[in-house]
Ligand binder design. Structure first.
Ligand SMILES: C[S@@+](CC[C@H](N)C(=O)[O-])C[C@H]1O[C@@H](n2cnc3c(N)ncnc32)[C@H](O)[C@@H]1O
Length: 292
């Protein structure tokens, strides 16, 4: 095998990704190479003439092949930033999306008690619950999911956060608790001030489930019945029972589902307080309040 420098590897990897139609080929090549070298991307520019070992070359080429086959970057490098947090992700969890940050931001503006008890239903990687726990260290936060594997990912993210932070430096006073359950079926009446969820909301037959990144994500995190609203109906009904009077329900939904979600939460006995949009300006979440 011929010696190859870091710059040559970068050029070659970028070309392979560009030929496969990846729009951000250069950036993706940098991210994947930096991941293999366990260095920041700036390393590639600081040491362009470094000769790459065969082992590193093979590792990079294997990742490039996977990316060419469509596997999402976040799964390849097992990380995705959400809020201010670099979160560990694997193929058992949805890749956290920026639109979910808009719902978190809205919830942080609500008038909630200092000792708020909050549950993130369908926590996946723990993106929502981790953001809440970091921003509101005194809250009691619960991460809940139907499956054990996502909860293991949340556990790793909590452990990583603990390892990364110095005491008294943005660490939640109470770490999120974990619960494996079907939505709120295991929870008592009137025990939460806040129920927040980014549930599955895509129609079972939507062809987009077999395209792009979605092909690689767990179907159980994405699809929810013929109209995509099965889980939202179930959560709204259960949340009415598990929320304290005056408590809030925040639900993410598909961009074309807002009117239907409003009907569902009002039908369950909530008063709609906010119709939220994502960064692209699309309808994306509903915040509602439980009233007498
Ligand atoms: C769209 S993902 C959201 C993940 C994460 N909260 C986020 O925003 O990135 C939906 C999550 O709901 C979970 N889920 C699906 N059906 C469920 C059910 N019946 N009860 C509880 N959790 C469920 C899935 O396992 C998945 O982790």
């Amino acid at each position: 095998m011929f010696d190859i420098t870091l710059t040559q590897l970068l050029v070659q990897s970028t070309a392979a990704l560009a030929a496969a139609g990846q729009a951000s080929a250069r950036l993706e090549a940098e991210v994947l190479i930096a991941f293999v070298f366990k260095k920041p991307r700036s390393y590639l520019y600081a040491y362009p003439e470094v000769v790459v070992s065969d082992m590193h070359c093979q590792q990079v080429n294997a990742l490039i092949d996977e990316r060419v086959a469509g596997r999402p970057i976040a799964y390849l490098v097992q990380e995705r930033d959400f809020w201010s947090l670099p979160l560990y992700v694997n193929e058992q969890v949805l890749i956290p999306r920026p639109e979910t940050e808009c719902m978190v931001e809205a919830v942080l503006q609500l008038s909630l008690p200092d000792d708020c008890v909050a549950v993130d239903l369908g926590s996946g990687s723990g993106a929502i619950v981790m953001a809440l726990a970091v921003e509101r260290p005194a809250w009691v936060c619960l991460a809940s999911d139907r499956f054990a594997e996502p909860l293991q990912v949340v556990k790793k993210n909590i452990d990583d956060l603990l390892g990364a932070q110095a005491p008294d430096n943005g660490m939640p006073a109470r770490l999120p608790m974990l619960l494996q359950a079907e939505w709120l079926s295991a929870c008592a009446e009137a025990c939460f001030d806040l129920v927040i969820s980014n549930p599955p909301y895509i129609e079972d037959a939507d062809p987009y489930l077999d395209r792009g990144d979605l092909r690689f994500e767990p179907r159980s995190a994405l699809a929810s019945g013929a109209d995509g609203l099965g889980d939202i109906r179930c959560i709204a009904k259960q949340a009415r029972r598990s929320l304290k009077l005056g408590g809030y329900l925040a639900l993410e939904h598909g961009y074309a589902q807002q009117q239907q979600v409003v009907g569902i939460v009002e039908g369950a006995g909530f008063e709609v307080k906010e119709l939220g949009r994502d960064l692209a300006g699309l309808p994306r979440y509903v915040v509602a309040q439980s009233h007498s």
